[in-house]
Design a protein around this ligand. Structure first.
Ligand SMILES: Cc1cc2nc3c(=O)[nH]c(=O)nc-3n(C[C@H](O)[C@H](O)[C@H](O)COP(=O)(O)OP(=O)(O)OC[C@H]3O[C@@H](n4cnc5c(N)ncnc54)[C@H](O)[C@@H]3O)c2cc1C
Length: 454
């Protein structure tokens, strides 16, 4: 199929971008792997569940309704359940390759004059002894379970790690009837206070969460960490301990909390695979963009968490700016000024930077990982095996991967990359994955029949 602008990702950034471009007379195809638009923030309950009050689990429902109604009003061509595995430049623009169907084996091609990447991010989870036990889920996973499946991960939960996502997760679980035994945050309150000015705009939101935590009697343990999850065949409890100013566990402060669910997360990482396959430059771990959200590849824009983690409001502002810019490019007009979005983006980027430096995993987290802790779940590589590789001279993720297979499995190092880098004492590197999603060999073979054996 052909379109003017292919937007990949129907979260806040992609929705705002698609609507801005459509409103300016551009034909847009919005492609997303999920069953419904909304992304992580506006994740909808699965249609079959017949949720009577889907808005009960959401913030900013009015904004979501405006975005959802806008898709219909502007006749945006929405392709859900389309898993994009690659995007490439062609002589007349771009081809976005997706897979459709329950087995994700039906190839679909979207040909477009321009591409806008709004693929969001994924969670960073650092390992600790017991983290692979059933009952331990990621913080975003617990949130997705709640919003998308109307299910909770257990009856008594601990929410732990670091970052602002822990707040909606703890309050969401508590509101759904889960007894939240504690919110365990490794950052100390002083770190947030240090960024008071940049975070002033976030105060009402923060106060709202504080009030809800208080109402549900959720104990908040700041500058604490989970050092071990316990259980034989599933989680029965966790040990938490307090951290010193250097981010080391303070001996003697360990205590046990009973729980059957642990929702844990240590921040977010941007999805950059498609940008990389298109040859876009990265800035560290994020897609590099200019003030109009253009990447350095002409005809490719990026917005939202793929360009830096900053929350749904920032994603909306960036998406709008990117959509306006892409539309102007495609129609040969000057990009209309979007002063409100530009102002919002500048302010939200300042608070995102402040949150980023305020929230951080404990500096010495690798010291807590025992040798028998699995680091790479796909290939079942333990911390001991990684350390052995380091002893043999490996000094980066890639060499550890070659020696141990850590990062060679189904997730291609998305889950274990940060942990391996931490154990190796080097900064995490971009994934350099040729495909954004696993793709059946049959699909590749059908696309390149002339290259088969003669
Ligand atoms: C699991 C999880 C839960 C979260 N829950 C919350 C929350 O409750 N509250 C909160 O404030 N923040 C939450 N966040 C943070 C949230 O992601 C952002 O603040 C916000 O949604 C970012 O918007 P976005 O449009 O950049 O990305 P997203 O909302 O993540 O949207 C990206 C979209 O791109 C699609 N996509 C990605 N790659 C492909 C591909 N290859 N092919 C097809 N489609 C693709 C995804 O399916 C997704 O719909 C969560 C994050 C995660 C990872």
């Amino acid at each position: 199929m052909r379109t003017d602008l292919a937007v990949v990702g129907a979260g806040p950034a992609g929705l705002a971008a698609a609507l801005a471009a459509c409103a300016r007379g551009v034909r847009v195809t919005l492609v997303d792997a999920a069953a419904q638009p909304g992304g992580q923030y506006y994740r909808q309950p699965a249609a079959g569940l017949g949720a009577a009050r889907p808005e009960a689990l959401h913030h900013r429902w009015r904004t979501w309704k405006r975005l959802r109604d806008g898709l219909a009003a502007h006749a945006v061509h929405v392709l859900t359940d389309h898993h994009v595995w690659s995007a490439e430049r062609t002589p007349d623009g771009f081809t976005v390759h997706a897979l459709l169907g329950p087995e994700q084996d039906q190839p679909v091609e979207v040909r477009a004059r321009a591409v806008l990447l709004a693929t969001g991010g994924y969670e960073k989870v650092l390992p600790f002894p017991g983290w692979t036990l059933p009952g331990v889920v990621t913080a975003g996973g617990a949130q997705a379970m709640l919003k998308g499946g109307l299910a909770v991960p257990g009856r008594r939960a601990v929410v732990a790690g670091t970052g602002p996502l822990l707040l909606p997760v703890a309050t969401g679980l508590a509101a759904a009837g889960v007894e939240v035994a504690a919110l365990v945050e490794s950052a100390g309150p002083g770190r947030l206070a240090r960024h008071g000015r940049a975070l002033a705009g976030k105060l009402p939101e923060g106060a709202g969460y504080a009030a809800r935590l208080l109402r549900h009697r959720v104990p908040v343990l700041t500058r604490h960490t989970v050092v071990r999850a316990h259980g034989d065949d599933r989680l029965t409890g966790v040990t938490v301990a307090s951290l010193d100013a250097e981010g080391r566990v303070r001996p003697g402060t360990e205590r046990h909390l009973d729980c059957d669910a642990l929702a844990v997360g240590h921040g977010m990482l941007p999805h950059t695979d498609l940008a990389e396959s298109l040859g876009c430059r990265l800035d560290g771990l994020t897609v590099a963009i200019d003030p109009e959200q253009r990447t350095d590849v002409p005809g490719v824009w990026a917005a939202g968490e793929a360009t830096g983690v900053g929350g749904a409001d920032l994603a909306l502002a960036e998406g709008h700016i990117a959509g306006c810019s892409a539309a102007a490019h495609l129609r040969g007009t000057a990009p209309g000024p979007a002063p409100a979005a530009l102002k919002a983006r500048a302010k939200l980027r300042r608070s995102a930077a402040a949150l980023d430096s305020a929230y951080a995993p404990p500096a010495h987290w690798p010291e807590q990982i025992t040798d028998d802790t699995v680091v790479c779940r796909c290939e079942e590589v333990t911390a001991g095996a990684v350390r052995e590789a380091l002893d043999l001279g490996a000094g980066d993720e890639r060499t550890v991967k070659l020696l141990t297979r850590a990062g060679m499995g189904w997730c291609q190092g998305r889950m274990c990359g940060t942990a391996v880098a931490g154990l190796a004492g080097c900064p995490p590197a971009p994934g350099k994955r040729p495909f954004a999603r696993p793709v059946p060999l049959g699909v590749l073979a059908r696309q390149h029949p002339q290259e088969g054996p003669s």
